[in-house]
Design a protein around this ligand. Structure first.
Ligand code: HGY
Ligand code: MN
Ligand code: MN
Length: 409
């Protein structure tokens, strides 16, 4: 098994070395936003690798790239993750899971073994939502969740919607419904992903078996006050949008801190007119709150809504646009057990854990049997250029996944 492991790790190392060259921000991390040149280059690389293995390859209406190898049964297991990234992110988030899928297929093909199920290796598009603020584009498309109108609602910082960007990219947004997949043909979905946190590394475990994926609520909030001269306007007659937002953000943060291990983030902030000597007229900022207790998310958002109402009562204009609501997703119980058996039988230390990160599995897992495998993130960090997981650990996840696929009935 050792030489299998080394061989697969070596192939993954080569894949990562190639794919990390695909970025819009060379020397400043990985930036692969959907419907850009970087997407094209990712799709091209993944298609090439799959074609070299003799797989049947296609790109669907959402920009997902899918390679198929016929199994003994027509039932399909999709093994996938996303090829898009955050801006200035890392080389492993998403892409590593697709490459592991390719190496799972390569293992069967190289050893002339027909897998028990037909395998679909999938590179999914726009899991992050980094460009348009939506996210989970391909995984939601598989479930037929995108209307043409939805595709016009989400816009990037230049005002281009999904709809416009898809057209410019060469895809037909009106055909998005064709990406919907008949669930009856799906045995299920398996995703390999870097953990992106410190749990596995701290516990010195080689493999993580995911129990649940956290619930997430995301919004963009806009507060409009009044621009004024920063020197002459007295403090008590200002409608300073930034000071108003700071009070709300502080209040939200206090709630989150008193509900461990809930998390809350204000990651994106835009101020207008954004000048040193003008009282800020307008602020738009994102909020992202996560917890496995959905009632805490509800309570936290209610508190934000109350604060916005209070601000409107003193003359501010406020807007709160939801961009994502995902409830907790539970991985398939039986599959978690089999994954543990596989990891144990291969001698890889392992543990069960919850995912604080969102994944395509969080969407797909609402409709079909789903499981996730994690590998340790070095330093417990992700969404940064320094993101790193060892290809050896990724190769262990490949071997666990193969053993699992051969075992499930
Ligand atoms: O935000 C997340 O957890 C994921 O990276 N999309
Ligand atoms: Mn991510
Ligand atoms: Mn990811």
């Amino acid at each position: 098994m050792k030489n299998q492991l080394d061989f697969i790790a070596d192939r993954l190392e080569k894949h990562i070395a190639e794919t990390k060259k695909i970025t819009a921000t060379p020397n400043k991390g990985i930036t692969r936003l959907p419907f850009t040149l970087e997407s094209k280059r990712c799709v091209h690389y993944l298609e090439e690798q799959m074609k070299q293995l003799g797989m049947t390859v296609s790109e669907d209406a959402s920009g997902a790239v899918i390679g198929v190898i016929q199994g003994k049964s027509e039932e399909r297991i999709m093994i996938g993750s996303h090829y898009d990234s955050v801006e200035h992110g890392g080389a492993y988030d998403g892409m590593a899971g697709i490459l592991c899928g390719i190496e799972i297929a390569a293992y069967y093909i190289r050893n002339n073994i027909i897998p028990p199920y037909t395998l679909e290796i999938a590179g999914l598009n726009d899991e992050e939502g980094a460009r348009f603020g939506g996210g989970y584009l391909s995984s939601k498309a598989f479930l037929g969740k995108w209307s043409t109108n939805d595709l016009k609602q989400y816009v990037d910082k230049n005002g281009l919607s999904y709809y416009d960007a898809m057209k410019l990219y060469g895809l037909e947004p009106e055909h998005m419904i064709r990406a919907q997949r008949p669930l009856s043909k799906w045995k299920g979905y398996l995703e390999i992903h870097v953990e992106q946190g410190p749990i596995l590394e701290n516990a010195k475990k080689e493999i993580g078996i995911v129990e649940t994926i956290v619930a997430i609520k995301r919004y963009y909030i806009t507060i409009v006050g009044k621009a004024d001269h920063a020197g002459t306007q007295p403090m008590n007659t200002r409608s300073d949008a930034v000071m108003a937002a700071m009070g709300l953000i502080h209040h939200m943060n206090e709630y989150v801190l008193s509900h461990k291990p809930m998390v809350g983030t204000v990651g994106e902030i835009h101020v207008y007119p954004n000048e040193i000597n003008i009282v800020p007229e307008e602020i738009t900022f994102s909020i992202d709150v996560r917890s496995s207790k959905e009632e805490w998310l509800e309570e936290c958002i209610e508190l934000v809504e109350e604060d916005l109402k209070e601000l409107e009562g003193i003359g501010f204009k406020c807007k709160m646009k939801p961009t994502l609501t995902n409830t907790v997703t539970h991985m398939k119980t039986e599959w978690k057990k089999v994954l543990k058996e596989s990891a144990d039988s291969l001698g890889f230390s392992n543990m069960f854990l919850d995912s604080g990160a969102g994944h395509d599995a969080a969407i797909i897992g609402k409709a079909v049997d789903t499981a996730m495998l994690f590998v340790p993130s070095v330093g417990g960090r992700s969404h940064i250029p320094e993101e790193y997981s060892s290809e050896k650990d990724l190769a262990k996840a490949v071997l666990v996944a193969i053993d699992f696929i051969n075992k499930i009935d």
